[in-house]
Design a protein around this ligand. Structure first.
Ligand code: COI
Length: 385
């Protein structure tokens, strides 16, 4: 397996931001005052939703919102009833795709308390995506405040079934009604919340991956490192190709040499070698710097595992899977958590893998920290309620 190890900083700017201390949630939540909904789901309706958890189909009673204008900056911070948005059909987001988003979860611990994982990381990544998409940056504390206030208002929507959580989707759109091509002079930021189970269906299971050679997710100098809707829109045709070939997810190669594995449609990827070392594609500027990816690197290093960030050549990876030098591959992300990869398929190849002990260990340790069952020695958890 070719391993062109590029210098990746020991602690990235996002990980540094994640380590900054935050004020308590009760205090921050006051920045987003609640206008309570008169039309909350009944206890029975909510319980039914919490009993039948899928991914991203049901939403809680409220949403957080803030408005920005070029003249006045950020204002109108609030938590309001979850409801359809009213936007001009001329709003820039509909025409030029000026939009960014995040994914973060709220976890219920056994004692009933509610926590989230490294919110400073997502706050910093949202700000970085905003800079790339020419949207206004939201202060990190406002980001955390919006989540804190929404989760405190909708705390009954945080499920307690093992492995389930309240998925939070912060997003920002360009809302100025103007058809000229320039960065919008108005923007709106929202957070919506959805109780979720495993991303890929009923239980954690290995997924087969289609490696596309027809499409690329991102190009050098493009938006690949930003979490913007356009990247996901561009990935859908390849995702369709994956479905047509019996796979649940697509894997993209770099656009310059079309030989290195970059990332999946909505997840980062890790490779485990028979000698116990672990490799993940380096952050080339076209890869999203995943929060789960960064946590896994830190976790494994703390246990003494050799982890490298490198260019992963597809042909060498296939050879190494066939010869047994690579024993496990897994995907990770906020939504996917840690998901074993059962096969890599492409136009003229297919290799199969087993879900192995390293993947399962990382899944256990990470979710153990998130659900308060394993000591959080990294200080990653932040109490919301
Ligand atoms: C996440 O893991 O939170 C993501 O945003 C990936 C996907 C659901 C788009």
């Amino acid at each position: 397996m070719s391993a062109n190890h590029a210098a990746t900083p020991e602690v990235s700017a996002l990980a540094q931001a994640a380590a900054q201390p935050l004020a308590p949630a009760a205090e921050l939540a006051k920045r987003f005052p609640l206008s309570a909904s008169d039309h909350r789901a009944s206890d029975t309706q909510r319980q039914q939703a919490l009993d039948e958890l899928r991914f991203g189909t049901v939403f809680s009673d409220h949403m957080a919102h803030a408005h920005w204008s070029y003249e006045a900056g950020w204002s109108q911070r609030e938590v309001v009833p979850f409801a359809p948005l009213t936007l001009s059909p001329a709003a820039a987001v509909f025409h030029y795709g000026q939009e960014v988003f995040e994914g973060i979860k709220a976890y219920r611990h056994e004692d009933g308390s509610i926590w989230t994982f490294r919110p400073g990381y997502n706050a910093a990544r949202l700000a970085a995506s905003c800079r790339r998409l020419c949207l206004p940056e939201l202060e990190h504390e406002d980001f955390v405040a919006s989540i804190a206030s929404l989760v405190r208002a909708d705390n009954q929507w945080v499920p307690s079934k093992p492995g389930s959580s309240l998925y939070l989707r912060p997003f920002m759109i360009a809302s100025e009604a103007f058809l000229g091509v320039r960065s919008s002079h108005e923007a709106d930021y929202y957070v919506i919340a959805s109780p979720v189970g495993p991303y890929f269906g009923d239980k954690v299971q290995a997924v087969d991956i289609w490696v596309t050679t027809s499409y690329h997710r991102a190009g050098v100098g493009g938006t690949g490192a930003a979490k913007c809707g356009g990247n996901y829109a561009a990935s859908l045709i390849a995702q369709e190709e994956a479905y047509a070939n019996g796979c649940k997810q697509v894997c993209f190669l770099d656009d310059v040499t079309a030989s290195h594995i970059e990332e999946l449609g909505g997840m980062n990827v890790f490779v485990v070698r028979a000698d116990g070392s672990v490799v993940t594609p380096r952050l080339s500027g076209t890869i999203l710097e995943g929060c789960t990816r960064s946590a896994i690197i830190e976790l494994l290093k703390s246990e003494g595992t050799s982890v490298s960030e490198a260019d992963l050549t597809l042909s060498a990876l296939l050879d190494d899977v066939r010869s047994g030098k690579v024993t496990e591959i897994f995907a990770c992300g906020t939504a996917a958590v840690v998901t074993p990869i059962g096969a890599l398929k492409g136009k003229d190849f297919e290799v199969r893998l087993e879900a192995g002990p390293v993947t399962s260990h990382i899944h256990q340790r990470l979710t153990g920290i998130q659900f308060g069952k394993v000591e959080d020695e990294f200080g990653w958890m932040y109490r919301l309620a």
